[in-house]
Write a protein that binds this ligand. Structure first.
Ligand code: PLP
Length: 443
């Protein structure tokens, strides 16, 4: 039977079947829920070994191509792409930990990750100890318990721009056969590749720099492929014990790649935060220009940070690219192509000045996002960190006049002109308020 002889409804769904092949230079977007099996044995083989593609939640060629691309950029063995950065973080945690287990985390982390650990994973029986002094290996060592299954931190942390001493912290983890998971979102693999310094797993919000265009959400978990069943098996029974129905253990089937194989087989597809192949394609397109963007963004950020630190309205600038930053020397060991483009600065005029600033900028966009080609600004004290106490905010470097910037790829002269204009308004408002508070309020 040929499709031409079938009815209208049948033709509608079958006429476009099997488009044939053409050599597309870009990875085609396999926007399909599933894949046709060649024959009976092909289907059985796919379900038996997981090889090939059957259903997009468990694997898709477009998604797979982007996974290989991002694994290559981080110097990892393999990667699993998921629907958001949050999905990547939870996938990483649930790959290494379960009920009764414990995680040691830096306290200088993304608020969404903190909420995940405090609210959601706690309810699943995974407890977290947070440490403030992340530069002190002893602080990490002291927090480790027999049931600790992961150390977690960000390579560059918001809001203080702390740099993680990846080698020192992963060395502490190695003593206990506990993997270090690094959220490398703010740094990107263009600036630092944590796996090269001893971390075991890297996670990203691909919504940020990896995509770069600010058009999609995505996340990725990348593994070093160095799981050692002999040394670390006691901390990972789910990887070294036989599976349901007598299936050989994940470690027996996947060796050093056991962790990422478990994430791909058992965590990501079951919890189901699968990426759309269209979003995967857009992340892959973005990642092609990652180096060019981050190079330009870092240069722009350094100029903006220097300019701000010389301005009277500015009390402090927390950018690790400045020689005055406490982690500047440490950054020389880890960051080789720049210092990133996300940092905070604090206005002397406090909350009022911050309000004037975010409402006055025009080249900068006022929104909650980072790593975009456009420059962005947000006031953390009343947004991302609003539910924290003032003391907690102070520890994190978030004060009433603190603003977070994510510097884009614009001409830096236009960014400085925008800042100059808005800070002169901030200056005038402050002077005026100091001299005539009553008259100002009445007007
Ligand atoms: C944005 C972000 C996340 C969460 O990523 P989403 O893609 O928004 O889910 C996690 N970690 C860091 C450091 C982030 O900036």
């Amino acid at each position: 039977m040929t499709v031409e002889t079938t009815g209208f409804a049948t033709r509608a769904v079958h006429a476009a079947r099997n488009q044939g092949t053409a050599s597309s230079r870009a990875m085609p977007i396999y926007l399909t829920a599933g894949f046709e099996f060649d024959d009976f044995d092909h289907a059985a083989g796919h379900f038996g070994t997981g090889a090939g593609f059957g259903y997009t939640r468990t694997g898709n060629p477009t998604v797979h191509a982007v996974e290989r691309q991002l694994a290559a950029l981080e110097g990892g063995a393999d990667a699993v792409l998921v629907a958001s950065g949050q999905a990547a973080v939870v996938t990483a945690f649930l790959t290494v930990a379960g009920a009764g287990d414990h995680i040691v985390s830096s306290t200088h982390i993304y608020e969404g990750t903190r909420g995940l650990l405090l609210d959601n994973l706690a309810r699943l029986g995974i407890e977290t100890t947070f440490i403030d002094e992340i530069g002190d290996p002893e602080a990490w060592r002291a927090a480790i318990r027999p049931n600790t299954r992961a150390l977690f931190a960000e390579s560059i942390a918001n809001a203080r721009n702390d740099i993680l001493d990846i080698a020192a912290v992963s060395a502490v983890g190695d003593e206990f056969a506990v993997p270090l998971i690094v959220d490398n979102t703010l740094a990107t693999p263009y600036l630092v590749r944590p796996l090269e310094h001893g971390a075991s797993i890297v996670v990203h919000s691909a919504s940020k720099f990896l995509a770069g265009h600010g058009s999609v959400l995505g996340g990725v978990i990348i593994d070093d492929g160095r799981f050692d069943a002999t040394a670390a098996g006691h901390n990972a029974p789910h990887l070294v014990l036989p599976g349901r129905g007598g299936l050989a253990s994940v470690a027996a089937r996947h060796g050093g790649r056991a962790r990422i194989a478990y994430a791909r087989e058992s965590v990501a597809p079951r919890f189901g935060a699968s990426p759309s192949p269209l979003n995967a394609f857009l992340i892959g397109q973005g990642a092609e220009t990652l180096g060019l963007r981050v190079e330009r963004q870092s240069l722009n950020a350094l100029e903006v940070a220097r300019w701000l630190s010389a301005h009277d309205a500015v009390e402090s600038v927390d950018y690790v690219g400045l020689e005055t930053h406490p982690d500047h020397a440490l950054s020389a060991r880890y960051l080789h192509n720049g210092h990133g483009s996300i940092f905070t600065f604090t206005l002397r005029g406090g909350l009022d000045a911050a309000r004037t600033f975010v409402e006055g900028v025009s080249v900068f966009t006022h929104m909650t996002h980072i790593g975009d080609v456009r420059s962005l600004v947000l006031h953390p004290g009343t947004t991302s960190h609003a539910h924290r106490t003032e003391d907690e905010r102070a520890v994190l470097g978030v004060r009433p006049g603190t603003l977070r910037l994510s510097i884009g790829i614009e001409d830096v002269a236009d960014l400085l002109a925008d800042l100059d204009r808005v800070l002169s308004v901030v200056d005038r408002t402050l002077d005026h308020a100091d001299l005539e508070p009553v008259g100002e309020a009445a007007a």
